[in-house]
Design a protein around this ligand. Structure first.
Ligand code: PEP
Ligand code: MN
Length: 336
């Protein structure tokens, strides 16, 4: 339910309605407050059971109350028009902020590797360092990441460069451990449907980079984000990373079409990953540029100084020099 007030609603009138919402046992969000000299707007989080708009329009100050039936209500623009800004370390993502770049290897493979890449991607303009420590691999017995040791190295890279860090969390069991140590928690494509994990992510406050499932519809993707936001954590970044289609000419054909659709449907920031759709590094710059032109708030790009030496996803990793060219392109587009 969305409750809209008159511009000059008094504090007493406003508080009376808030009290009523609380009496019903509902949680709420102040979507626009009185200080903004606009019409205050309050959103009730729950579906409101048997309540009707009349339960709220009867109070002085209320212009109207409207029930929303969108399944991903809390992340929809109908619920909240204003862009959400997510803070990762000292970086603000979303709204009018500059396009941000997260970069680094697919996986942390050694102390030397991550310390060197961290410095190189920073020198090229990346502001968040990526590096998988727990890796979801299709075939058992592939390299599954250095886990706790890898995370220690990633933290050392953060200390060296000052870059905030993002790594993937694959299970509820490791969530608290990882959450205490990183700036941004990545949920991989294969875990977008892991509702137990999403619910736990909603109960803690570290920002979440939620990747779209390999075959998830946009509605399912937004519902997964809504689960985290509804759970109590508003800090969610949506990450497009290509999908499965009939066409196998790319690893996961790029879902660039979804960028303008998401911009219309949700107030959450949108990130694009050009590395996993491409599958091969020669395609990465073009995909990245298309996403920048499409209006994303940031990109996450796999980068390595010697991609052919990498233990996973070497074929799609670009060198820091190529990353630098993409970042320069973004700066030019931003000034258009
Ligand atoms: C990754 O970022 O390295 C990764 C495994 O991504 P995805 O979950 O999108 O496949
Ligand atoms: Mn990867």
């Amino acid at each position: 339910m969305i409750i809209k007030f008159r511009k000059n609603t008094t504090k007493k009138e406003f508080d009376r309605v808030i009290q009523e919402i609380t009496n019903f046992g509902f949680k709420y969000d102040i979507l626009q407050d009185q200080g903004e000299k606009k019409n205050p707007v309050v959103g009730i989080r729950d579906e409101c059971g048997d309540t009707t708009p009349g339960d709220f329009t009867k109070f002085d100050g209320v212009i109207n109350a409207q029930k929303l039936s969108i399944p991903y209500k809390h992340v929809s623009r109908e619920y909240k028009l204003k862009d959400t800004i997510v803070q990762v370390g000292n970086i603000n993502i979303g709204g009018e902020n500059n396009i941000i770049f997260m970069a680094g290897p697919c996986a942390v493979e050694s102390r030397e590797q991550i310390l060197r890449i961290a410095q190189e991607v920073k020198d090229q303009g990346a502001t968040i360092l990526r590096g998988g420590c727990w890796k979801p691999r299709t075939a058992a017995r592939c390299f599954e990441g250095l886990k706790e040791k890898g995370l220690d190295y990633l933290i050392e890279a953060k200390e060296l460069t000052g870059l905030p860090i993002v790594t993937e969390v694959m299970s509820v069991e490791t969530l608290a451990y990882i959450s205490e140590r990183v700036d941004l928690l990545q949920v991989g494509a294969r875990n977008m449907h892991n509702f137990t994990l999403l619910d736990e992510l909603g109960k803690q406050h570290k920002p979440v980079l939620l990747k779209r499932g390999l075959s998830a519809t946009i509605e399912e993707f937004l519902c997964a984000a809504d689960r985290i936001v509804y759970g109590g954590n508003p800090n969610v970044l949506l990450c497009l990373r290509g999908v499965r289609t009939f066409d196998n000419s790319q690893r996961y054909p790029a879902d660039l079409y979804a960028i303008p659709d998401l911009i219309q449907k949700t107030h959450l920031p949108i990130i694009f990953d050009p590395s996993h759709p491409a599958g091969r590094r020669s395609l990465v710059p073009s995909l990245a540029k298309m996403a920048i032109a499409g209006g994303v708030n940031g990109l996450i790009i796999e980068s390595h100084y010697e991609p052919q030496e990498a233990k996973c996803d070497g074929a799609q990793m670009i060198t820091p020099e190529v990353l630098g060219k993409i970042i320069n392109y973004a700066k030019q587009v931003e000034h258009l």
